[in-house]
Design a binder for this molecule. Structure first.
Ligand code: HAM
Length: 421
């Protein structure tokens, strides 16, 4: 009988052997970040709820509908983090990282996020991101660097069926002018009450409405690109040039609006064409005003987060299998009590010498223990009974060819090290 509990709706367990792929994906995304000078950061999975309502935005779905909030016994109002950017910036400000080091402060993170969304393929209530934030510098090269690092990470995983969508959301000079123009346009449409309400609070989000009848009405809506001020236009052009010079193909997507309110200027999304409706495998952009929104000094910043769950689905969709390390190099099969003691000591010694080794536990007989050795995926089985030990030997069996050779116990570690190199 299995237990009477199962993982909560919208969550799932990550089990071997798939968990090895998860680790490999995180590592593949982290490697280019480390090479570019990003330092690792961890922050709590819960924060003051106001950090997110102020940072991510009072009118976003994430804050109004999807946040897991709680009141502690001490009366603190907390929320499980729905994303990490606000937390990372909060942590950097709290530790004064922007004062002690050179700007930008470059940080990367890996962790779970929580959103009370309607679960479906590729959309979960607990999901994983690896993200990067470059805090405290306004420089188109930084925006380009981050996009290049994400693309290089996807490429290193063997993915090819993804696209980069790029847009600029303007800044505090030009966006309000556009917002007003868009609102004027939306007020003239026949929209349902909820969409009309959204048009008043967060009109840019209406552009993102997926319903075909709404999309039809939006034909001819004013576009932000036509309202960008000279500074924003020049900045965006500079990012585009740097990407082109680095061999990054991107698509200009003037309708790309992100689901978080803190973005300014450069915004981008990475979409994978094998994933159906939840096609965004990652996204990010510049958030020049966020620091001030959460009570800090002006610190123009840019970053992204890549979804690990969806990256795994993308790998599956493209049929890419990542090389994952064998569980063990060596699997020991002791026959009898004395052999169990000797081989247990040998296995410990092998591990201390950097080899991965395991042993049949639970007093298994020869047949069951050999089956366990086969299942383990090990290259070699180490078989020994009383007679072998009396001669100071163990039998080394190559599990792929079936060849078996006796090896003296005192040279076993050295012999295996050489064979496995
Ligand atoms: P986001 O677009 O909300 O951005 O999330 C980034 C990625 O996380 C998405 O592209 C997707 O792959 C994954 N993701 C989001 N929600 C779910 C879900 N419910 N289930 C599975 N995967 C999901 C952010 O979170 C920003 N903090 C990114 C950022 C960093 N912007 C600047 N710096």
């Amino acid at each position: 009988m299995s237990s009477s509990f199962s993982a909560p709706k919208g969550t799932y367990d990550i089990l071997p052997p798939d968990s090895a792929t998860v680790l490999a994906v995180r590592e593949a995304i982290a490697a280019p970040l480390r090479r570019a000078g990003y330092g690792y950061i961890e922050t709590p999975v819960f924060e003051d709820v106001n950090l997110f309502s102020r940072g991510v935005g009072e009118s976003t779905d994430i804050v109004t509908k999807e946040m897991y909030t709680l009141i502690t016994k001490g009366g603190d109002q907390l929320a499980l983090r729905p994303e990490a950017t606000a937390s990372v910036l909060r942590a950097a400000l709290q530790a004064n990282l922007h004062r002690v080091g050179n700007l930008p402060v470059k940080l990367w993170y890996s962790g779970s996020q929580y959103r009370y969304e309607r679960p479906q393929a590729g959309r979960y209530r607990q999901f994983w991101q690896v993200g990067a934030e470059a805090i405290g510098a306004e420089d188109p090269a930084l925006d380009a660097e981050l996009i290049i690092l994400a693309v290089d990470a996807y490429r290193s995983l063997g993915l090819s069926n993804f696209r980069v969508l790029l847009n600029s959301l303007g800044d505090k000079q030009c966006r309000p002018v556009y917002r007003a123009a868009l609102q004027d346009f939306l007020r003239g449409l026949e929209l349902d009450p909820e969409t009309l309400r959204r048009a008043e609070i967060n009109p840019l989000r209406v552009l993102d409405d997926k319903r075909p009848d709404v999309q039809k009405q939006l034909v001819g809506a004013p576009m932000l690109v036509d309202f960008l001020c000279e500074e924003c236009k020049a900045y965006h052009e500079h990012v585009r040039e740097l990407l082109t010079a680095s061999g990054i193909a991107f698509e200009d997507d003037p309708k790309l609006v992100r689901g978080l309110d803190y973005y300014t200027r450069t915004t981008f999304e990475f979409v994978h064409d094998g994933l159906g409706s939840q096609s965004a495998v990652g996204g990010g952009g510049r958030y020049d005003g966020l620091s001030e929104m959460i009570g800090g000094p002006a610190l123009p910043s840019v970053g992204w987060a890549l979804g690990i769950d969806r990256t795994l689905l993308a790998l599956q969709a493209e049929g890419v299998e990542l090389p994952t390390p064998n569980a063990s190099d060596v699997f020991a099969v002791p026959l009898g009590e004395q052999a169990r003691r000797v081989l247990f000591a040998q296995v410990t010694e092998l591990r201390r010498n950097g080899l991965s080794a395991d042993i049949a536990y639970g007093g298994k007989g020869l047949k069951a223990a050999m089956k366990a050795a086969d299942r383990s995926g090990a290259r070699y089985a180490l078989v020994a009974g009383e007679r072998d030990l009396a001669e100071g030997l163990v039998q080394l069996k190559d599990l792929s060819t079936g060849d078996q050779t006796p090896v003296a116990l005192d040279v076993l570690v050295a012999t295996l090290k050489e064979k496995l190199q």
